[in-house]
Design a protein around this ligand. Structure first.
Ligand code: BES
Ligand code: ZN
Length: 858
């Protein structure tokens, strides 16, 4: 438990005590909030004589009493050990904390004059002495008193019992009482108090119970809640329809806060959201924002069952709730919108973030076996790969068995703090399968390489696969995993001769034969991306073009186009080749075909990211040059614009949405195709169309894409000024303004512009959204971040050093921008290494950043 000490899964021990109930009183004060706790503990007689240890951090203790007497207290790293009787006893304690000065945004803090909390993973220990571990579950009653502040609204978990709303500031006391009937771990505790306005609604559950719903926001934001409320009701209904899960309290509250490290948090009955993840209006939010808001509201709501009713025994089991809940929110989005588009988007994100993590110094298993700072393990691996594992399980056992297993999971483990073993056992008991090999997916880090060869002989067609996973830090050898490989076979005339079938690979090398085929088929392998692997397949250009035109699996159709683009770009970068006409023609055919979904065509126009190209080159034994990658991407974009000029001119005109703005999948797909066409034409028309769109846009999707196009074309100065003037009152739109100027800048200017923006009066290091909009945008700018002078690295390092003492969690997270440093040339490696070492040498650097930098340096 000492600072910087490694914690191991194998060392898990239960707390040793059981809590009957917790009573908390908060006397709110900006700099001196008093927290009074009354807790009944009794020994857990199943656990032999454990010391009584409570976590606590930065607490000013006023008094501690055990059964009315002052106990002996021993200070330990991270908490206290207290002499208590080995019998039931009453704990009474008063501490003082300072929300105003809490810039780390963990525990109780203030954001724009409002009190709020963030306790996951280990923030409750900054509120009071407590066994702050997820396997300690208790019923909480919370009384909030506000004597000096204007806090007309005060909320906590569960149901509001008593609400003394006295809106006049000078009359005291002003208090409220909340009771949560469901036992919960401390990380799900929440408190909010401030001057807030509710957007209210109601939902009737499947058993006929009425639930009061509210989204609480600061005055001025109340017209940005309607979309979130609809998303919430859809989520509640969907979880009833698809998983049979009903809501279990009389009220459900969502609160929007401006200063928040993450996207949102699933506190029982009181979800707290980063305002960027809940507030929405057509004028201020893009189509992508709307989709993300819908997904994240669903995600946090779904945690009520997968996370809250069934929680995690310890933080090593994080994927138990996060992987499953990401999987559930993806299913929800697929149902609400377009399933293929959602799948393609998710795979792009997985390859962009998780594959990079898995192939670098930060690689770790979906269920890690050790950590120093748990906040550093809220990663793409735990979340996104964790969700892929659920998808693979479902593919392996089938939809019906999946449903039965989930019913059993909810039934058997309701109220538990569970483990991955519990989760897998439910599937084993439901299906009779042995999942011990599947478990390797949770235990082994690294992305498997899956190579395939085929052979056709006398009517039999054989696919031979080999799997191999490269070593990752601390794991040299990897055992073969079970891989569900969804395969279809097409006739050369385009008909499907074998519809999707799932091959179950269990060996390092394995063959599968299809009999009775008249001609050699064209295989479509890893349909719908049935496993998170890197598929190594020698598919020639003509076959990829054939699959792009004919595959019945939409994901693999997109994949074929992506393969073509990748092949062309690699040849351009490596050999200075010209863009291949096979690629240009195949894509053109698709673009022209108006029977094809506009959203799909827009996705097909996407190109592999700078990062994916760098990783692919590196895997092939080359040293990626960010400038060369940027040049190749630019050249290809220019060549495509010229080659498709007539088509994109037509598409741009034809796919303008004329109906009133709606953030649905159909309109958003149409806009994304028209905007893709606009940004291509922008290379040919000197920014004419973009300017026109910027001048007339009545929604943020159109306005922001035009702004980006104008900046890219180098004539955005006027639009940048006007955008700022129009939106300076709206912090979320101004975040977009900061980002756009950096993301769309020429690489040679990106760091200079980012540096200048950090001097802007609206820049503040204390707001994570603004910090990410500026420095995060720089790291996403590819060649801009990696410019040879090292200016990008230096700027990021300067800002990380400044942020670390204020907000370690966000600092550590942003250190990952350096994680792939060993891919690059020695000049860049030396520049990055110097910055990593400079940050690491900062006196009193946080445990969060220290762990991250040490691992990145390797
Ligand atoms: N439980 C997390 C929020 C969280 C993460 C709290 C890390 C403390 C530390 C929440 O359910 C979550 O996963 N939020 C995601 C968004 C989601 C849609 C994947 C987030 O905040 O990014
Ligand atoms: Zn989550």
């Amino acid at each position: 438990m000492a600072d910087g000490e490694t914690i191991y899964l194998k060392d898990y021990k239960p707390f040793g005590w059981i809590i009957d109930d917790v009573h908390l009183t908060f006397r709110l004060h900006p700099t001196a909030t008093r927290v009074i706790s009354r807790i009944r503990f009794r020994p857990d007689y199943d656990v032999h004589d454990r010391p009584f240890f409570l976590h606590g951090e930065g607490l000013k203790t006023i008094s501690i009493k055990v059964d009315g007497h002052e106990p002996k207290i021993y200070e330990e790293p991270g908490g206290i050990e207290v002499d208590v009787p080995h019998a039931p006893f009453n704990w009474e304690c008063e501490v003082e904390i300072n929300p105003q000065d809490n810039t780390a945004l963990e525990g109780l803090y203030m954001s724009n004059g409002m009190y709020c909390t963030q306790c996951e993973a280990e923030g409750f220990r900054k509120i009071t002495w407590y066994p702050d571990r997820p396997d300690v579950m208790a019923q909480f009653t919370v009384r909030i008193e506000s004597t000096q502040e204007h806090t007309p609204v005060m909320l906590s978990n569960g149901n509001g019992l008593l609400y003394h709303t006295d809106l006049t500031q000078d009359q005291t006391p002003n208090y409220t009482i909340y009771q949560d009937p469901w036992p919960k771990p401390a990380y799900l505790f929440a408190l909010v108090a401030g001057d807030l306005i509710a957007h209210e609604d109601k939902f009737t559950t499947m058993s006929g119970k009425e639930v009061d719903l509210a989204i609480w926001v600061r005055p001025g934001d109340e017209d940005k809640c309607a979309f979130g409320m609809e998303a919430l009701k859809k989520s509640m209904k969907w979880d009833e329809d698809i998983y049979g899960r009903e809501y279990d309290l009389d009220e459900f509250n969502i609160v929007a806060v401006d200063d928040f490290n993450m996207g949102a948090m699933e506190n029982k009955g009181l979800n707290i959201f980063n305002s960027s993840c809940v507030l929405a209006s057509p004028e201020t939010s893009t189509d992508m924002n709307f989709e993300r808001i819908e997904a994240i509201i669903a995600h946090e709501y779904f945690h009520n069952w997968t996370g809250n009713r069934i929680t995690c025994r310890d933080w090593f089991q994080l994927c138990l709730k996060e992987g499953l809940t990401v999987f559930r929110d993806a299913q929800f989005t697929a149902d609400m919108r377009s399933a293929p588009v959602k799948r393609i988007d998710d795979v792009i994100a997985l390859r962009g973030r998780q594959f990079r993590e898995d192939n670098g110094p930060l690689a770790h298993p979906v269920r890690p076996d050790s950590f120093v700072e748990i906040n550093n393990f809220y990663t793409a691996t735990v979340y996104e790969k964790g969700a892929e594992l659920i998808g693979m399980l479902k593919t392996l056992v089938g939809d019906d068995a999946y449903t039965k297993a989930l019913d059993l999971y909810f039934d058997r483990h309701d109220g538990d703090a569970a483990t991955i073993e519990d989760w897998l056992k439910v599937f084993e008991d439901t299906t009779g399968r042995d999942l011990s090999q599947f478990k390797r997916w949770y235990e082994q880090a690294g992305t498997p390489r899956l190579s395939v060869k085929d052979d056709f002989n006398d009517g039999s067609y054989t696919l031979t696969f080999k799997q191999q996973t490269p070593p990752t830090p601390g794991q040299e050898m990897k055992d073969p995993r079970v891989i569900p490989i969804a395969v279809g076979l097409l006739n050369p005339n385009g008909d499907e001769v074998q519809d999707t079938t799932v091959l179950e690979m269990t060996e390092a090398e394995q063959s599968f034969t299809f009999e009775g085929l008249a001609t050699k088929p064209v295989p479509s392998i890893l349909r719908d991306f049935s496993a998170p692997v890197i598929l190594e397949q020698d598919t020639d250009t003509a076959t990829n073009a054939f699959l792009l035109a004919n595959d019945t699996d939409p994901f693999n159709r997109w994949q074929a186009g992506d393969n073509l683009a990748l092949e062309t770009l690699l040849a351009m970068i490596r050999d200075g080749a010209a863009p291949s006409s096979a690629y240009l023609d195949a894509l053109h055919t698709l673009l022209r075909d108006d029977t094809q979904d506009p959203a799909f065509r827009a996705l097909a126009l996407g190109l592999p990211s700078q990062d994916e190209l760098a990783q692919t080159l590196f895997d092939q034994g080359q040293t990626p040059d960010p400038d060369a990658i940027y040049e190749a991407l630019e050249t290809l974009k220019q060549v495509r614009a010229e080659a498709y000029q007539d088509t994109i001119t037509r598409l741009h005109a034809q796919y303008q949405v004329t109906a009133a703005y709606a953030p649905n999948a159909e309109q958003s797909g149409t806009r994304s195709l028209a905007n893709a066409a606009m940004s291509m034409l922008n290379r040919l028309d000197g920014g004419h169309l973009a300017q026109e769109q910027f001048d007339h846009a009545d929604n943020m999707t159109q306005q922001l894409s035009a702004l980006g196009a104008l900046i890219s074309a180098g004539n955005g100065a006027d639009a940048v000024t006007r955008f700022y003037e129009q939106w300076q009152h709206d912090r979320l739109v101004i975040d977009k303004w900061f980002s756009a100027q950096i993301i769309h800048a020429a690489p040679s200017d990106a760091a200079t512009i980012a540096a200048r923006l950090t001097e802007h009066p609206d820049f503040t290091i204390k707001n994570p959204n603004r910090f990410r909009a500026t420095l995060g945008a720089l790291t996403m700018s590819g060649a801009g971040f990696h410019q040879r002078s090292g200016a990008g690295y230096q700027l990021l390092a300067d800002n990380l050093i400044a942020l670390d003492p204020l907000n370690p969690q966000t600092t550590a997270r942003m250190c990952t921008a350096f994680e792939s440093w060993k891919r690059y040339d020695t000049t860049r490696q030396d520049l990055i290494k110097a910055q990593l070492e400079r940050i690491l040498a900062t006196p009193d650097l946080s445990r969060d950043s220290t762990e991250m930098l040490t691992r990145i340096l390797g």
